[in-house]
Structures are given as C-alpha cells and as structure tokens.
Design a protein around this ligand. Structure first.
Ligand code: SF4
Length: 160
C-alpha cells in the first residue's frame, strides 16, 4: 500500500484516495464494522462478537496487535527498493500455518497481547515509516485487523 503519494509524472492516484473522496471508504468501513459483531471477517467465520470477546480463532478483539514494524529490505526488489518496505507485522495471525516462519511474532497470542495498541498508534507508525523514506507500507498478516487498519487510514486523511 502506497500510503501517501506525490504527484507523479503519470498522475497516479491510489484507489484508497478515490474511495475516501467518494465516501465509499466510509461505507465499506461501516459494513466491516458490522461483520465484526458476528465475526466473518475471514473465511474461518467464527461468528463471535469481537467487540466483547476474544475467543475467535485469531484471539483478537477490536484493537490491532502490532508485533513489530521496520524498514524491510528482504522483500522482492521492486517492493523493497533502495529504502526498504515499511513493514508492519500484526500478531495473532488468523491463518495458523504450521510452517510459519514468523511463528514467534504471529501466533503466540498469549505473549502478543501486550502489543495490543490502537488505530491512532497504527497511524503514527505508518507516518514514522514514511518519514524514514519507506517506499510503501507492507501490512503483514493484516486480514483480522482490517477494521483498525481502515480506521488508521481514515485518521491519516485528517492528519496530513
Ligand atoms: S477474523 Fe478472527 S474471529 Fe473473525 S472469523 Fe477470522 S479468525 Fe474468526
């Protein structure tokens, strides 16, 4: 996700900017928020109310869990570029792959709970990575936190 964009020679506008401007972004956020009350955000379809319990497969509530963030130089060259990708690693991944290379930070939900934060903090991290010249924002295992991510993007619209 290219969080911010500078006017390029190609006059490219990221789609989230168009969605924010048209009001469609808010509509999607509202619909997603409703899904969380009987969670079917991902195909596991746990149907738990994540606003009150954290008993779905991802063991996550409404706030994001951010295990780590960094400029990442190990992605494909076109993504890492010269400055690095601005990766944000989310905890409590809902995929639960047995071969996960990030197991310690993605599936260790008891210890990851202490990294629970807010959409506001997530927005700040995105800005920080941008200030460090990240070429993009890489959301790693983000699906179960779609709502706080969208909230963070909305906040950023007001902050910049
Ligand atoms: S996001 Fe979490 S609670 Fe919701 S369906 Fe997926 S695993 Fe279950």
């Amino acid at each position: 996700m290219a969080l911010y964009y500078r006017k390029s020679k190609m006059n490219f506008t990221p789609s989230y900017i168009s969605l924010l401007n048209s009001g469609e972004f808010n509509e999607r956020l509202k619909n997603l928020d409703q899904l969380m009350a009987n969670c079917t955000i991902c195909p596991h379809g746990c149907q738990v109310d994540r606003k009150t319990v954290e008993t779905g497969l991802c063991k996550s509530g409404i706030n994001p869990i951010i295990s780590s963030y960094t400029l990442h130089y190990g992605e494909e060259p076109i993504i890492s570029g010269t400055n690095g990708a601005g990766n944000i690693f989310f905890g409590n991944c809902n995929l639960k792959c047995v071969y996960c290379q990030n197991y310690e930070i993605s599936q260790n939900w008891k210890t990851e709970k202490k990294f629970e934060t807010s959409p506001e903090k997530l927005a700040e991290i995105m800005l920080l990575l941008q200030s460090r010249k990240a070429h993009n924002i890489g959301l790693v295992s983000p699906t179960h936190f779609s709502i706080p991510i969208l909230k963070a993007i909305k906040l950023l619209q007001r902050m910049v």
